[in-house]
Design a protein around this ligand. Structure first.
Ligand SMILES: Cc1cc2nc3c(=O)[nH]c(=O)nc-3n(C[C@H](O)[C@H](O)[C@H](O)COP(=O)(O)OP(=O)(O)OC[C@H]3O[C@@H](n4cnc5c(N)ncnc54)[C@H](O)[C@@H]3O)c2cc1C
Length: 266
């Protein structure tokens, strides 16, 4: 009997856990597993990402390695996004043109950072905070910058601000809402947090809607706000929330939830 072919798309913490689960299952010897990752490395602890700025390396964050996948005879694809699903003939194709047939397909594609549609948001030194590769770019950009702005004063935005501060930059947080962590905190809590953050040397700007990012005079860029004020900065980190990575589901007609995300059954 031929083996059952399982393709797991996404090798974040969930994709990797799924592979582990399959390896531990009683059917293991009947399975042929492929793990496909858009990122250039295997799963790592994304929750601890910020420790990268406290000296942790990519190896410290790794939760698995090539040897584990090799020893368990798993076909690994790295740095090549799955771009197509053919549900009728049951195969996927990567951006690099590699084709993998499957009997069962697992989509563990996680989320991606939302970048507000502000004119000028796609310039060099305008970055996001989600992957180890992002952190590499942030470090490189910080070396060529004096001032940094984080767009978004939520939990992740504040982690990102700390990363900029640790990199020696004059650091600002720009938030659309009237307070930091507006989803979690009431007005009093927001005030207290703001004081603590400002005591750490991070400047906080609330109720600011960025309308455009243009060339600056003192710094690389100037962020113009809807109320007529502006802020100059050399780099910008967007941390304005995440969205489910359900691109494949939308393109290839799988059911998605009301607020996005791939609908699953048991
Ligand atoms: C700085 C930071 C701090 C965090 N702190 C916490 C915390 O304290 N507590 C908490 O609960 N959560 C935290 N999170 C969130 C947590 O990291 C996520 O919930 C978790 O990573 C989700 O895992 P996942 O495997 O589902 O998705 P992801 O980690 O998003 O991984 C999905 C993977 O799939 C890949 N992929 C997507 N599409 C394709 C495709 N078409 N082909 C191939 N590969 C694809 C992506 O590149 C990615 O590598 C934090 C996140 C960040 C960024």
């Amino acid at each position: 009997m031929s083996k059952q072919r399982i393709v797991v798309v996404g090798n974040g913490m969930v994709g990797h856990k799924c592979v582990q689960y399959l390896l531990d299952s009683e059917q293991r010897s009947d399975l042929e597993i492929t793990a496909a990752s858009e990122e250039t490395r295997l799963a790592y602890d994304r929750v601890k990402l910020s420790s990268y700025f406290d000296g942790a390396t990519a190896a410290d964050l790794a939760i698995t390695d090539r040897d584990y996948y090799r020893e368990n005879d798993i076909d690994v694809v790295m740095g090549d996004k799955v771009a197509e699903i053919n549900k009728e003939e049951k195969y996927v194709v990567t951006e690099g043109g590699r084709k993998f047939p499957y009997d069962k397909l697992v989509l563990a594609t996680g989320s991606f950072p939302f970048v507000p549609p502000i004119p000028g948001n796609d310039q060099e030194h305008c970055l996001t905070y989600r992957t180890i590769d992002d952190l590499g770019m942030i470090k490189a950009s910080a070396k060529k910058s004096k001032v940094g702005v984080v767009v978004g004063g939520g939990l992740l935005g504040l982690e990102a601000a700390n990363a900029l501060k640790c990199s020696g930059l004059e650091t600002h947080v720009v938030e659309f809402a009237p307070r930091l962590m507006a989803v979690q905190l009431d007005e009093g809590g927001g005030k207290l947090l703001r004081r603590k953050i400002e005591d750490l040397g991070v400047q906080v700007h609330t109720e600011k809607a960025t309308s455009e990012i243009v060339k600056g005079k003192e710094c690389r860029y100037r962020m113009n706000f809807a109320d007529g004020s502006f802020l100059e900065t050399d780099m910008i980190l967007f941390s304005a929330g995440i969205r489910p990575q359900d691109e494949l589901a939308r393109k290839f007609d799988l059911e998605v939830g009301e607020r996005g995300g791939i609908v699953v059954n048991n």
